[in-house]
Design a protein around this ligand. Structure first.
Ligand code: GLU
Length: 307
């Protein structure tokens, strides 16, 4: 499937009871890329038997602001999107995350990790150019704390050393066996969770992580088709593994292309692209936004595929 086809195939045979979601973090104002993601998911579910849910991914208290959450509701309404209430807010889901951590811990699949980022990089750099030391998201954890003795773990924890909880992916894959997941544009995928290494499931500062929270919450909201940017494709391997370990239902996935600016650079909040509210102030109508996103993807497809 070409990039442009993947971007617009929202009409291809949805299951009769499709549930899609949009899961923004309130760490800035939404831009055209978010509008595309939200509209893509909403258009898929906006049919009889369909349901579109919203989730505010606000686990990172330091980066999120209430004003951005309010702005999300306002911008989505301007786009003509309606969602099922109640909206799920991850900051209110601590008990569900803890229950999942307890379950994985009882299975012997979690270990405390005391490493700092510096420790991890030093270990990787010291191990003679380890060829598979990086994933799409950064360095792969080299397993420093995996083999720490229980007695030492206890004494470090008792001494107040901050720690994260990591998933022992090798052990987890032994329990889960061969797993697959279905990507609507790319077909059946074999789970390759080792690609990301022993991921963090509870951060030092927050008693959960993106991987854990998103997996539990998609299941809790009954999502049957997870639509999100292709930058999160590799994460899906971990989410599928977690679903299996926790006995959760498995949805399908559709990873969408990422919108870029005219120079070909990916739209990212940190670069302050034009926000939807700025577009609105400039007189753009909410109804015109889908067409703008598709035009932008078409420009990109032309550049990438030379058509
Ligand atoms: N909260 C994530 C973001 O804003 C989306 C995560 C997901 O769709 O799985 O990028």
């Amino acid at each position: 499937m070409s990039m442009l086809e993947a971007a617009v195939t929202e009409t291809s045979e949805p299951s009769p009871e499709i549930v899609t979601r949009f899961a923004p973090s309130p760490s800035g104002h939404l831009h055209l890329g978010h509008a595309y993601s939200a509209l893509f998911a909403w258009r898929l579910a906006n049919r009889p038997g369909g349901n579109f849910v919203l989730r505010i991914e606000d686990i990172d208290g330091g980066r999120n602001k209430a004003e951005f959450e309010d702005a999300i509701y306002e911008d989505l309404a301007w786009l003509g999107i309606s969602w099922a209430e109640p909206v799920m807010r991850q900051s209110e889901r601590g008990a569900a995350y803890q229950a999942a951590l307890d379950q994985l811990s009882d299975m012997g699949l979690l270990y405390p990790c005391f490493c700092t980022r510096k420790d991890i990089l030093a270990e990787i750099n010291g191990s003679a150019g380890a060829p598979h030391s990086h994933s799409a998201y950064g360095p792969i954890y080299p397993g420093i704390c995996r083999g720490v003795a229980d007695s030492e773990r206890t004494s470090r924890i008792d001494a107040g050393t901050p720690y994260a909880l990591r998933l022992d992916v090798t052990k987890a894959l032994e329990i889960a066996g061969d797993l697959t997941w279905h990507e609507r544009t790319q077909g059946e995928q074999q789970v390759l969770a080792a690609l990301l290494g022993d991921v963090v499931l509870a951060r030092k500062d927050i008693a959960t992580s993106y991987h854990l929270a998103v997996t539990i919450d998609d299941a809790a909201q009954g999502v049957t088709l997870v639509t999100r940017g292709v930058d999160l494709f590799d994460s899906t391997h971990v989410h599928r593994l977690l679903q299996d370990l926790l006995g959760l239902d498995t949805p399908e996935w559709h990873h969408t292309p990422l919108l870029t600016d005219p120079s070909g650079k990916r739209l990212a909040k940190r670069d302050n692209p034009l926000t939807l509210r700025e577009m609105r102030a400039n007189g753009v109508s909410g109804d015109a936004i889908w067409a703008q996103a598709i035009q932008s993807l078409a420009r990109q497809a032309t550049a990438v595929e030379g058509i």
